[in-house]
Ligand binder design. Structure first.
Ligand SMILES: *Cc1c(COP(=O)(O)O)cnc(C)c1O
Length: 378
């Protein structure tokens, strides 16, 4: 008997990637960091590849090793590696690494020499995000060092890349500035003798809204999972949210008006009503900030969390709707059966859907549907 589960529709993932592929001539990298934005990295990666992705992107090496360990051999880039991390295992497993400083490049080249093969590297330029990446001042030194390491056979420069700051705000002037800085950086690299096969800049927002940011490869994260980084954007309308989070109601009870609910008694029933206790809490990624705010489908209608979200449970005031012990409460899903969406939760919490889905913890077991291996009849 299940208690709480995140049902992940892998058919939706594959379909989303197929839709994204139709929007661009570039190759699609499905970004499956943070355990596939909470959906499960390995099953999502397989579904995304089935949908036409040709690359996988992750943050950490452990994430890359998990995918390789599962037998996934697609081209893969890991971009968040702390200096001093042993890299030979990454080179051996054909995991592409990012370098934004000469020091990082040296570490990658050393690993290549140690393994007796060219380590695959993507050079990162900061075009304006102000996070990772070489500044334009340091970029010439980086590409010069990379060209030399490539001539020595220690590295293969597979890509040059950068990341957008505001592509989720269509018309934001920073996108044009970042594009211009990226073009300048590519020209500098070319003068150093580097013409990498993969120039990549776009995230989901760039993919959906700015074809001029696509270059050779787009890095699609949130859109792979069927969520749009830009509210109401037409090209995102065909995306199908892949995760449905639901739980079985522990207990329901009829209470009179004036009943205080949950820690601090911050909610008091305004009239006689039915309370339903749901076994998910902030330890499962339901933010405490959703207290008296989070929307939940219970008893056939949307209701609001009553009182504080606890570590393992919260309470819904279901009014007079028919709801019984063991009934299913749906926190969010694609929105097609009256349930809230991750975007609805994000709006209530003043955050983004990325945070809503990626924080769902392991006590909500992951259940996969919509893939050939999960559904033999499909
Ligand atoms: C997470 C991430 C992405 C994916 O961004 P989305 O907005 O989810 O598409 C792309 N590139 C980098 C470097 C990232 O860290």
């Amino acid at each position: 008997m299940w208690q709480a589960e995140a049902v992940v529709d892998l058919g939706a993932v594959a379909g989303n990637v197929a839709h994204l592929r139709g929007l661009t001539r570039a190759e699609v990298m499905a970004v499956v960091k943070a355990d596939g934005y909470g959906h499960g990295a390995v099953p999502v990666a397989r579904a995304a590849l089935r949908g036409g992705a040709t690359w996988l992107g992750v943050a950490t090496l452990d994430e890359a090793y998990e995918l390789r360990g599962a037998g996934i051999d697609a081209p893969m880039l890991a971009w968040l590696v702390t200096p001093g991390t042993p890299l030979a295992g990454a080179v051996r497993r054909d995991i592409d690494l990012s370098a934004a400083t000469v020091g990082q490049l040296d570490e990658v080249a050393d690993a290549g020499r140690r393994e007796g093969r060219a380590a695959r590297v993507h050079l990162k330029i900061d075009t304006g995000l102000g996070r990772g990446g070489a500044t334009p001042q340091h970029w010439p030194d980086l590409v010069t060092a990379a060209a030399k390491a490539q001539a020595d056979g220690a590295v293969e420069v597979v890509g040059t890349w950068s990341h957008l700051a505001c592509a989720d705000e269509p018309g934001h002037p920073s996108v044009d500035r970042q594009l211009a800085a990226f073009s300048d950086a590519l020209a500098v690299a070319e003068r150093a003798g580097l013409r990498p096969a993969y120039r990549h800049l776009a995230n989901s927002a760039g993919l959906l809204s700015r074809p001029d940011t696509h270059f050779d490869l787009v890095r699609a994260g949130i859109s792979t999972y069927g969520l749009s980084p830009i509210a109401g954007w037409p090209a995102a309308a065909a995306l199908v949210p892949a995760m449905t989070l639901r739980a079985r109601i522990l207990v329901t009870k009829r209470v009179p008006a004036g009943q205080g609910v949950s820690y601090g008694l911050t909610y008091t029933t305004p009239r006689e009503t039915t309370l339903a206790v749901v076994p998910l809490g902030y330890a499962d990624g339901i933010p405490r900030a959703a207290s008296n705010a989070g929307p939940v489908l219970v008893g056939g209608a949307r209701h609001t969390i009553a009182g504080r979200v606890c570590m393992d449970q919260f309470v819904v005031d279901a009014g007079d709707d028919p709801v019984a012990d063991g009934d299913v409460a749906v926190l969010f899903g694609p929105g097609t059966d009256g349930e809230p969406t991750a975007d609805d939760w994000a709006a209530v919490l003043s955050t983004i859907s990325y945070e809503v889905v990626s924080r769902i913890g392991p006590r909500a077991r992951r259940v996969y549907v919509g893939a050939p291996d999960t559904d033999p009849a499909a």
